[in-house]
Design a protein around this ligand. Structure first.
Ligand code: TRP
Length: 336
């Protein structure tokens, strides 16, 4: 097949659902990693707007706004639209069409056993939509429609990559070698906890956003969960499982300084307030250039839309060609 987008190093695809502005957990866990991968791979970064609807379809006015917020964060963090292809999922119907075809290759029982689905069902307190059940099949289509070789994801997404590999294998068995079995790429960076030490999550109110002001960030840092066993600055403190130190590990460039603060914290020679003030400075300094870029970017939302449109148009013929190939192998001929 004629592939308009060539690369010798292999192709990756990954993405986010546009659920709102990105937080520092997204930055250290995923976006920083994607930025590095841009030098090695041909990259597709997907705005998975259809996936938003699987759990929230009652706030249509949010989606468009969140697409702009996510794009602004990505670009400010170093995603480069000249090197990577930005794709809007819903604007390429071939994604949904391929999802329908792949849904024929997987049993309902297999889908209902996927851990992310089971967790969501427990959390939702309402009847899951059929779309939620097929969420990972749509993701499989997102990945395989570009014949992707590798998918950078967080650990929580591994079951979806496993499904993707199964679908590719099954397809190849039945219809002949067509699709790669993509490898998951896990970033080495440990996951950053939220300010309350739970998983950082938009809906938990425990996230530090890239778009915040330094004052807002400092406020959140000062209210951060620390060592609950410590009531006085002179009590010996615990560094492990303490989010303040997880953040210093992630953001403080002065490694020796961090080890020194940790040692003094363990010995009860430095108080929480001092450590938090330091962390707030470190975090705000780290984010300052990104925030400056973001302000300039978000001031021109039209340009963001243009970049997304350009990437989507670049991806479209490739997605459509691969869809046709798959349709033909499955015995369909939609062009008659
Ligand atoms: N499920 C992913 C998430 O919530 C988003 C996503 C959609 C994705 N399609 C994808 C990630 C394809 C990687 C590849 O984070």
């Amino acid at each position: 097949m004629n592939n308009p987008i060539q690369s010798s190093k292999g192709r990756i695809l990954t993405g986010h659902r546009p659920t709102g502005p990105r937080h520092v957990g997204h930055l250290v866990g995923t976006i920083d990693y994607w930025v590095r991968l841009q030098n090695i791979y041909e990259c597709f970064f997907l705005i998975a707007d259809l996936h938003v609807l699987t759990t929230d379809n009652e706030h249509p006015q949010h989606i468009q706004n969140n697409i702009i917020e996510v794009l602004a964060d990505w670009l400010a963090a170093g995603i480069d639209p000249d090197r990577a292809t930005l794709v809007l999922q819903s604007a390429i119907p071939a994604h949904s069409q391929l999802s329908l075809l792949f849904s024929m290759l997987v049993t309902v029982a297999r889908m209902s056993r996927i851990p992310t689905y089971k967790e969501q069902v427990k959390e939702l307190h309402l009847q899951p939509s059929l779309g939620l059940l097929t969420y990972p099949i749509l993701q499989t289509a997102d990945i395989l429609i570009y014949k992707t070789n590798a998918v950078p994801v967080g650990e929580d997404q591994l079951p979806h990559i496993e499904l993707t590999r199964e679908v590719a294998r099954r397809f190849n068995q039945v219809y002949g070698a067509t699709l790669p079995e993509p490898e998951p790429l896990l970033s080495a960076t440990p996951r950053l906890p939220g300010t309350d030490n739970r998983t950082m999550h938009t809906s938990y109110g425990n996230a530090i956003y890239l778009r915040e002001t330094p004052e807002e960030t400092a406020q959140k840092v000062m209210n951060m969960y620390t060592d609950p066993t410590r009531t006085h600055p002179t009590d010996p403190g615990h560094v492990e499982g303490n989010p303040v130190f997880a953040y210093l590990d992630a953001f403080d460039p002065d490694r020796e300084g961090v080890e020194d603060i940790k040692e003094r914290y363990r010995l009860g020679k430095v108080g929480d307030v001092t450590v938090k003030r330091h962390l707030a400075d470190v975090l705000n300094q780290h984010l300052a250039p990104l925030r400056q870029r973001r302000q300039a970017i978000i001031a021109r939302p039209g340009e963001l839309r243009d970049l997304l449109r350009a990437g989507t148009e670049r991806a479209r013929p490739f997605a459509e060609a691969n869809l046709y190939e798959i349709q033909a192998k499955m015995g369909l001929n939609p062009t008659l």
